[in-house]
Design a protein around this ligand. Sequence first.
Ligand code: AMP
Length: 214
Amino acid sequence: MNIVLLGAPGAGKGTQAEKIIETFDLAHVSTGDILRAAVKAGTPLGIEAKRYMDAGDLVPDAVVIGLVKDRIAQPDAEKGFILDGFPRTAGQALALDAALAEMGTSLDAVVNIDVDREVIVTRLTSRYTCRECGKIYNVLANPPATEGVCDACTGEIYQRDDDNETTVRARLETFDTSTAPLVDYYAAKGLLQTIDGDRPVDVVFADVRAVLEA
Ligand code: AMP
């Protein structure tokens, strides 16, 4: 099973992706996580990508498409994968279709997580992330048991550079312009399943699961 998780930044894609891979045996492909790892490692790609990420802009298609093609060609993605944060532009969606066709496979579902704008701004500006394993917390709604320490791996919990209000609003604008049109693209292909993401994590996941098991 190959799935795309679509939704604005802060809609809950990463959190739902974690739950999906716990339930279904799929590889988790998050372009944001791949890019953040490159930034952390200080690679040339990471240094270039950081400029775009800090401004709330998208990293150029050619770069991201190359990363995803490499990632889905890895052996662990053969069992199926979940794309979290990709595609984000029409160009990426077309490139994905072409790459999957070349590999003799295709998408099974596109899960679109829908959340109100102001809810997203509040969520993102109170979101903290584990520096080591990427686990996501919310200091208001879902804090770790010990402040600043990841429950899963004891790594340090920090606020992402792009989770400040100015960058969050820029990211939402980028989403409206570049990514929102993909909803129509996947609806026209009969793949789109829209889920109300403004509910508790487990309630949202129950719907995601039902859609994927259907
Ligand atoms: P995310 O963790 O998915 O919110 O991604 C964080 C940042 O990484 C985004 O704001 C973009 O700057 C960059 N990024 C992640 N995925 C993509 C993508 N598919 N295309 C372009 N830029 C991306």
